[in-house]
Design a protein around this ligand. Sequence first.
Ligand code: ATP
Ligand code: MG
Length: 216
Amino acid sequence: MTKVITFASPKGGVGKSSLCINTAAYFFASNYSVVVIDTDPQMSSYDWIAESDDPLLKHITAFHISSEQEIAHFIGETDSDIVCLDMEGNLYNSMGFCLAIADLVVVPCRPSRDDLVGLAWVKKLSEAAFADHPDSNARVVALMNGIDQNSDVFSHVKRQITQDGMEVFNNFLSQSTEIAESNINRVSALNILGKSSKEIVGIGQEMGLYLEGQDN
Ligand SMILES: Nc1ncnc2c1ncn2[C@@H]1O[C@H](COP(=O)(O)OP(=O)(O)OP(=O)(O)O)[C@@H](O)[C@H]1O
Ligand SMILES: [Mg+2]
């Protein structure tokens, strides 16, 4: 059955598209069929895939779809195992819909107060969206991005988010030139085979566990 992972935050630049593309590559490398839906008019994920020669990303098709009806139709018809859905960094009308149709909502968050506010928005909007869509099965989980491993910021922010009533991935993505380069060179970080690649694998595995948990 198709699983939908929505990458959401109304805050711009938190890493939605980077995580969407890199985890799509992870799932493809793990023998799942994967498509990307980019709902963002900036089309960052769509262009990344369309312009890529990466041996993993070449097997992933990206679609730019923004209407709720078309997204619902696409998800109803696709035989892909995983749909990675990239949202725009904005508070916009279809946000609740994109949260409600997910199996897993991943909310990237840098260690900044503004990003924590973005997280609170997703929590609030998802609660409203799930009330409107009582059949929704989505788990909403924060994912820390841009972490400096030499500081204890991850554990501090993780504790804060947990106290605020939201789940947080145990895995995180460090601030890394590999991630920036993967975007510039239109490849996946898995292709660069550095520290970020290992982190993406850890994140993808943890996402897989959340998705398996949805079936139990
Ligand atoms: N862990 C990281 N290390 C280094 N650079 C990163 C990291 N995560 C993201 N970036 C860079 O930050 C910028 C914003 O990332 P990205 O486009 O993924 O964010 P976004 O949430 O999708 O933004 P938007 O809201 O504008 O769609 C990009 O240039 C990306 O390469
Ligand atoms: Mg983006």
